[in-house]
Structures are given as C-alpha cells and as structure tokens.
Design a protein around this ligand. Sequence first.
Ligand SMILES: Cc1cc2nc3c(=O)[nH]c(=O)nc-3n(C[C@H](O)[C@H](O)[C@H](O)COP(=O)(O)OP(=O)(O)OC[C@H]3O[C@@H](n4cnc5c(N)ncnc54)[C@H](O)[C@@H]3O)c2cc1C
Length: 469
Amino acid sequence: MANIEIAGTSGRHVLLDTDAVEQFRTGLRGRHLLRGDDGYDAAREIYNAMIDHRPVIIARCAGVADVIAAVNFARSNDLLVSVRGGGHNVSGNAACDGGLMIDLSLMKGTRVDPESKTARAEPGVTWGEFDHETQAFGLATTGGLVSTTGIAGLTLGGGLGWLMDKHGLACDNLISVDLVTADGRMLTASDSRNNDLFWGLRGGGGNFGIATSFEFQLHPVGPMLGGILIHRLDKAAEVIRFYDEFTRTSPDELGTFVAFVTSPEGERVMAIFVCYNGAVDKGEPILKPLREFGPPIAETIGPMPYVQVQRMMDGAFPAGRQNYWKSNFLRALDPQAIDSIVHHIAKAPSPYSAVAIEQFSGAVNRVGIDDTAFNHRNARYNLLIMGIWLDPAARADNVKWVRDLWGAMEPYSSGGVYVNYLGEEADEGAERVKSAYGSEKYARLVALKQKYDPTNLFRLNQNIKPFAT
Ligand SMILES: Cc1cc2nc3c(=O)[nH]c(=O)nc-3n(C[C@H](O)[C@H](O)[C@H](O)COP(=O)(O)OP(=O)(O)OC[C@H]3O[C@@H](n4cnc5c(N)ncnc54)[C@H](O)[C@@H]3O)c2cc1C
C-alpha cells in the first residue's frame, strides 16, 4: 500500500507508512478519520466557515490516553498538529490544512461537586453544556457570552463573560488543569503543582500542551434579570455617554455590554445586553435608570435563569457563517470614537456584522496584574468588530469594512488586544500576539514555551515561539 503524505512542521511533507497509521488507528479508543471517511467533513468543520482546512488525519480522542497517543504520534513523525476544543476560534486554528487534527470535541465528561462548589470538565465541553450541569445545583462560573463556545480555548485565553464583574474571568476561576505536554507526559498545573505553567495557562492559550481537564471554582448563580435594551442609532452617542457614567458605579452583580447590530426588521440599532447576577428584587431598582434613559425603543429585561441569559445571543451567532474579526482595547469611550462606529455600522455590507464594546470592571480588575498571563485587567473597554456574512464571494467587501473601521478606531486604541479575538497569524502578523501580553509577560511566556514545548509542536494557536525556532 502507498504511504500517506501529510504536512510536517515548517512546511515540510512527511511520508507516513500505512502500517504506522494503522497502528495509530487501532490504538485509539476514539475514532480515526482519513479524507473520504464517513464523518470526516463534519469532524473538520469549525465555527468560521471562511476557514476550509482539510487535515489528512483527524484523531477524535475519547480520553486522555488517546490524546497522549496522538501527541506521541505527531511528535515522533514531526507532524503539523492542530488541537480542536469547541472549534469556535475565528482564526480557524482548530483545524489544520494537511496535518493531524487532534479533536477533543467528543471529550464531554463533567462532574460537579455541589459540596465544594467545584466542577471538573473535559475540553470538548461547551459553555451551554457546562452550565446545564452546574445550574442543576444552582451554581455556575464565568463562561462566554454565547452558549456554543468551547470551555477550553475560551478559558486558556482568559475568558470574558456575563459573570466576570462578580467572579473574575473564566481563567481566574481555574483551580487546576491537567495537561498533556509535547513530550507525552501528563502534568497537573495548579497553585501548588507546576505553578509556572498554571500562570501561563491562565491567558497564554494552547501554547504549552493539550489541556484534558479543567477544574473550576463555582458560585451560587441565578435566577437573575437578563435582557436587551434597544436604542436608535442616532441616539447612540448620548446613550453611550450615559452608559459610561452609569457603569462606573454599578455593582459587581451587573454585567453589560453594548453592541451595534441590525434588528430582525433590518434597522441598524444599538443594543445594551444586560445580566444582573443577583436577587431579582434588588436588581430592579439598580436597572431602573438604565431602562429609563432614552427611553429605549424596545426592551426585553425580565427574570430568567442563567442558562437563558447565556443563550440570548446564540441566534445572532450561528456557526457556519463567514467571519472576519478584528479587535483592540480602547483607551476611553471617546464621543468621536462612537460617531465613527455609528458612521461605519450604517455602511456595513452585511446585516449580520456587529460591533461590540465590552467593559471590564469589578473582580476582573481586582486580580493582580501579574497573577496570570492575561494582561488587560485595567483596560475599561474592549472593541470587537465582527464582520459576519453568508456568501463567500462577498469576502473582499466585508473584510474591507472591518479593516476600515478598525483603522478609524486606531487613534482611540490602547494598542493591546485580547488573544482570543485575534485572527489568523498570516493576517494579523506574527508580532501581533505580543500586543496581547506586553513585552515583560511575553518574555515570561517565551521562557515557559521553551520549557514545555521547545520544538513548538503546538504552533497552531496564537503562537508564542520558543527561542529555538
Ligand atoms: C460567537 C463567538 C462568541 C464568543 N464569545 C466570547 C466570549 O463571550 N468571551 C470570550 O472570552 N471569548 C469569546 N469568543 C472567543 C473565544 O474565546 C475563542 O474563540 C476561543 O478560542 C474558543 O474556544 P474553543 O475551544 O471553542 O475554540 P477552538 O477553536 O477549538 O480553540 C481555540 C484555540 O485554543 C486551542 N485549544 C483548544 N482546546 C485546547 C485544549 N484543550 N488544550 C490546548 N489548546 C486548546 C486551539 O488549538 C486553538 O488554537 C467568542 C467567539 C465566538 C466565535
């Protein structure tokens, strides 16, 4: 039988002996897919339909033993490797072109301990699945703003979400992580074990190995007040001014963000998304000024369980659309910056595109800046420009729109960027990842990379390059 040609690291191709591939296949408890196999196309699909990568082998891992086998197979054959958690990252790094994709999406075990208020979850779990399990006990931890995002990539990059003002980022709630390193060992990282690695895993992404288990601190959460306030676009500047003032003194229970979107009726509007993570009767008076200002042209705020808050934006962000995103932290919410967003959103070529302004305060700011690799605790606002469209042929117009707006916002930017919102390295530039960490933290991350992945086996992520490569 012919050998199998597969991408190696550094662009080289490797010829794999079919017996070796067969041995790898039979050694897995999960599935092993080659191009043309049933289920191959579904398994390589990721959130962003703009990325159409075709791995030669997909190892659908059933557990840690499969992950170790896949890492050893990749390392010993010098293969290009990608790692898929929830598959949500718009960079498309979860699926490689021509190499070995290590797919963790079947690893969905979750165990909640209601007594210690902790949970352990495997890396294929999404936030919707995680919250389903924890909310059965009235518990939750900070997860993403939509329910379909994977816990793995989101937490490793930091993890912004509805509950962060009260409970910190997703990574701030990590108690420990099990990780398979490039040499095929399994390590536990926590405050007391491999704590240098634990520091790096809280913001440094998938650079140091494959996380196979996440242990989180949980908190009593819900029922709560959630919903959306909609304002006309021409009122955006005054609403934002009010919002900026209002949120400066709002309690940690209140999580909000602003998005410029298109309503189902086709009108460009500004929406404030609200999650009041506290007793409903206490939340009503706190939200009153926000609900009254304007007033909004529509609003949906009411009591609901946390899982419903967590799904309220899912419909606007389905998988399978073309996505091109750019982001930056903002120095301040300057009125001219708002005018610029309003001007550009009115011209967006696609009604599915959106611009979000996420605010950081409360518990996120109270964690020491040096305690984790995540580096933007003192930033007040993050700007996320999401180009989202359906027709692949409309790529040029939509990408241009995102870039134009991003360029127009440059004067208001702090220069920093959230690692989980970075796009493909080829588009962002290899140096851009440094803006996610600043020079000191970046140097510390390079040293960690050198220690845990000196050959850069895990390079398909927002890559921190070791000294040697
Ligand atoms: C619609 C949408 C909403 C979002 N909302 C939020 C939000 O509210 N808050 C927020 O902070 N971010 C948000 N994000 C960004 C999100 O954090 C990132 O896309 C994140 O990387 C997704 O994680 P994943 O596991 O689903 O992705 P994947 O694409 O599977 O992985 C992302 C990266 O992490 C690596 N990786 C995945 N699993 C592992 C693992 N177990 N071990 C080591 N490396 C691994 C991958 O190789 C890849 O480089 C959103 C993205 C989308 C598309």
